[in-house]
Write a protein that binds this ligand. Structure first.
Ligand code: LLP
Length: 429
């Protein structure tokens, strides 16, 4: 079990605030985010760019992990860029006043409306995923008389060991141009020939929640090799290399994440040695960590309701949230650490299944979960829920999406209000 802060009353402390008090003030379910944890991760990545690349690079927080206005303000204040993957994320960043030149726009099927929006807002880098998109972007840019900076998403052909749904670097993927078929080089040539596009680099992202350094190293080698081939075939030296995100975090004791700085150092060594070998300049490096910035900063708090002991089978503990606020167990069988926030110092004595309140048997948050003996009214805390929880939430069964509270130095503030029933029917005619 990870180290947690517990106060004299035996309550879990988050950012110097009593978690039980938070539930009294804001209700449950409640997403809690610790600002210091987020800022420390952002700073660690930014420092790595300074240390290993002499500051010639940009960390672009992958905002799909957790998107709301406040996170863009925090990223801005930490000097980061951001990665957006939809018109909605782009709109949110813009509404938060995020500098558009530090935005990287992704997506395997951006709509014409989204591309127009990106061009109108002056997004710093657009990552083209496929040939149709490259043609569309070129036409839209010509129409508007602008020349966006473009990167091409490349499939480096790396199999990273993670869940199949979050693996993206292999050939059989809906993302990007394949190297081995020659498709990627063709796209480079087309982009270079398009007068309304400014091709500046290439991008890859091999998957998510990866705990090994080797696949990142292999991907960096493959990408540098490709940049060398581009120069050989076209005479053009691309300046930007975007290596995506994917660094794993700790959910439970089964996870053994590599510290950020270690990844960054090892990858930078490969980049430097490849640059030397190919007589290329060290490219401007972009990286897009999402989960490893916000994941461990988040804790979700629920109130325990019904408890069903099914003799010889299992005990269900039902909480007042579930797959609506955290669909990750049902999607990826993701494991989490659970504890009772109001009796946080108590050691686990039971093994339970934690169920949500949706009208669906699969609505579980965990199985075989070690937990202290729970009673109705206890506060259940689920740790490391900062990434891909709020951002993947739905109001299935018309359960409102819970609020998000940021805690720091013993104070709390709402950064996303909880959805109301009025908002649930707002768009119904
Ligand atoms: N860059 C690109 C192009 C991506 O597709 C992603 C994640 C990232 C960066 C950030 O990856 P991270 O550092 O967060 O691993 N919903 C899934 C994760 C999907 C990841 C999608 N792409 C989950 O809950 O595990």
């Amino acid at each position: 079990m990870e180290k947690i802060a517990v106060n004299a009353e035996g309550h879990l402390m988050l950012g110097g605030v009593d978690a039980v008090q938070l539930t009294q003030e804001y209700g449950t379910p409640l997403y809690v985010m610790e600002e210091d944890v987020i800022r420390a991760a952002m700073k660690a990545y930014r420092d790595s760019i300074n240390r290993f690349y002499d500051g010639k690079g940009l960390i672009c927080y992958a905002s799909k992990a957790f998107s709301c206005k406040e996170i863009y303000r925090i990223a801005q204040s930490e000097g980061l860029g951001v990665d957006v993957v939809s018109g909605g994320e782009l709109y949110t960043a813009h509404q938060a006043g995020f500098p558009m030149d530090k935005v990287v726009f992704h997506g395997n099927n951006k709509t014409p409306a989204e591309l127009r929006m990106a061009l109108d807002l002056g997004v710093g880098r657009i990552v083209a995923d496929n040939i149709e998109e490259l043609h569309l972007l070129s036409a839209l840019a010509a129409e508007k008389g602008v020349t966006p900076n473009v990167l091409l998403r490349i499939k480096p052909g790396i199999d990273a060991h993670t869940h199949q749904f979050i693996m993206t670097g292999q050939i059989d993927s809906k993302f990007g141009f394949a190297l081995e078929t020659g498709e990627a080089m063709e796209a480079v040539k087309e982009a270079l020939a398009a007068p309304s596009l400014h091709l500046i680099g290439v991008h890859c992202h091999i998957g998510s929640q990866i705990h090994e350094v080797t696949p990142f190293i292999r991907a960096a080698e493959v990408m540098m090799q490709f940049m060398a081939s581009v120069r050989e075939e076209t005479g053009v030296t691309l300046t930007d290399l975007n290596l995506g995100g994917g660094y794993g975090i700790r959910y439970t004791d089964e996870d053994d994440p590599v510290p950020h700085a270690a990844y960054m150092e090892e990858v930078s060594e490969v980049i430097r040695s490849s640059a030397e070998m190919f007589h290329l300049p060290v490219p401007f490096i972009l990286m897009e960590p999402g989960r490893s910035i916000v994941g461990e900063a988040g804790t979700t708090l629920y109130t325990v309701g019904s408890i069903k002991h099914i003799p010889g089978i299992r005990t269900y503990i039902s909480v007042d949230g579930g797959m609506g606020d955290n669909p990750r167990y049902i999607l990826y069988q993701s494991k989490y650490d659970f504890l009772l926030a109001n009796r946080a110092a108590e050691a686990p004595t039971t093994t339970v299944t934690v169920a949500g309140k949706c009208c669906e048997s699969g609505d579980l948050l965990g199985e075989n979960v070690p937990l202290a003996e729970a009673k109705p009214g206890d506060i259940l805390a689920v740790r490391s829920t900062g990434a891909y929880n709020y951002s993947m939430a739905s109001c299935y069964n018309r359960n409102p999406i819970p609020p998000v509270v940021m805690v720091k130095d013993g104070t709390s503030r709402v950064i996303v209000k909880g959805m109301t029933y009025e908002q649930i029917v707002e768009n119904d005619i």
